[in-house]
Design a protein around this ligand. Structure first.
Ligand SMILES: Nc1ncnc2c1ncn2[C@@H]1O[C@H](COP(=O)(O)OP(=O)(O)OP(=O)(O)O)[C@@H](O)[C@H]1O
Ligand code: SF4
Ligand SMILES: [Mg+2]
Length: 354
């Protein structure tokens, strides 16, 4: 059988020549339940984009859909196109995805051990990824490149590190090894899902710095999932905000953090700032909790927790293009110049629960 061409300059680009990733109308379902819906965004070459939102908002499922790594039983719909790859990643079989993963698109997850083979020396693990994707012609040059990559991620004696097994490293060092593997083939896009969350506070900043430097040196784009807004401010140029399986807002980091337009973003930013108190002097948090997946209210998904909700919010908010992405417009957006305090107490906690 003639192999289908997978990559190359002739393959379709997502849209503009600058786009690396184009996600259109992405949905994820399990049984009849919608876990992610209508997610639409674009990442340009070399762009670093943060993805934030409370626990359960659908960040990881979005990233896993892009990687073709959704857990058993979950189904993605819509389209995910990567520049230079001639087929849609949604619905691509494992053989095709394994040619893309680790080459055009690579990932760093929270727990490094899930990405490492405990029985193989780390130098060999890095060399393998270079050889599988034919980035290096032979084993000797792949091994030399592995040592160089271990040096780039700041391991003090890279030649000795290459000979060690994963259990011989600390958590922070293991995440550096994972980063070396992820960056080995100079991916066009690096996907990071809370890569520093499991690490000691003292090493978090150093690993973050290595990630940012690694993608900058390669001009790789980055999708970075985190709960830490300060990390987004440091590492990313643009930020996307997710809630209830949908993107509710996106824009340049400075703009979204200082002038959020969606009430959910406003609450999230208020809740992350320990200096922000409400009119009764209490620390601002978003009242209420995220409903279970598939049980978000109709209309605006944030409606049952939003102090500003009115009847109009029960109708589906308009889906609007916002620069390279789309998001749901808020019917009562935050007035310009009002900063980002908390959302106050919701007046309609039970509205639309279902
Ligand atoms: N395998 C699964 N089967 C059923 N539901 C799932 C599955 N994986 C995730 N979900 C549900 O989908 C929703 C979104 O999950 P996801 O892991 O994307 O959230 P998240 O934004 O990454 O949260 P966190 O910040 O806690 O990592 C959650 O409500 C979760 O319970
Ligand atoms: S004001 Fe309405 S549309 Fe805006 S976040 Fe609140 S409930 Fe949603
Ligand atoms: Mg997650």
């Amino acid at each position: 059988m003639t192999p289908v061409p997978e990559t190359g300059p002739a393959a379709a680009a997502p849209g503009s020549p600058d786009d690396v990733l184009a996600v259109r109308n992405l949905g994820v379902t399990v049984g009849g339940r919608k876990l992610v819906e209508d997610v639409d965004f674009t990442i340009r070459a070399g762009e670093r984009v943060g993805l934030i939102g409370e626990s359960g908002s659908g960040k990881s499922l979005t990233a896993l859909s892009v990687m073709g790594l959704l857990p058993e039983g979950l189904r993605a719909s819509g389209s995910v196109r990567l520049a230079g790859v001639g087929h849609d990643l949604v619905g691509a079989d494992e053989a095709r995805m394994s040619r893309v993963r680790g080459k055009e698109i690579a990932m760093v997850f929270q727990e490094p051990m899930t990405a490492l083979n405990p029985t193989m020396r780390v130098g060999r693990q890095i060399a393998e990824v270079l050889l599988i994707h034919r980035t290096r012609p032979d084993r000797a040059s792949a091994r030399a490149a592995a040592v160089e990559l271990l040096a780039q991620v700041g391991l003090p004696d890279p030649a000795a590190a290459a000979q060690a097994y994963p259990h011989q490293f600390s958590g922070g060092q293991r995440q550096r090894v994972v980063l070396a593997i992820a960056l080995a083939n100079d991916p066009a896009l690096l996907v990071c899902d809370e890569p520093t969350t499991a690490l000691d506070v003292t090493v978090q900043a150093r690993v973050l710095d290595l990630i940012v430097r690694g993608v900058q040196d390669r001009r790789s784009a980055m999708l970075f999932i985190t709960h830490d807004l300060a990390v987004v401010a440091t590492a990313c140029e643009r930020v996307m905000v997710m809630y209830g399986g949908r993107l509710v807002e996106s824009g340049p980091v400075r703009e979204v953090f200082t002038r959020p337009r969606h009430r959910y973003t406003q609450g999230l930013i208020g809740a992350s700032d320990l200096t922000v108190v409400d009119d009764r002097g209490r620390l601002a948090t978003i009242p209420g909790s995220v409903p279970a997946a598939g049980r978000f209210p109709a209309g605006c998904v944030f409606r049952n927790r939003c102090a500003q909700a009115t009847d109009v919010c029960a109708t589906r908010p308009e889906w609007v293009p916002t620069g390279p992405d789309s998001g749901y417009a808020c019917f009562h957006p935050v007035p310009a110049g009002s900063g980002a305090p908390g959302t106050g107490s919701p007046t309609n906690q039970e509205a639309g629960r279902g």
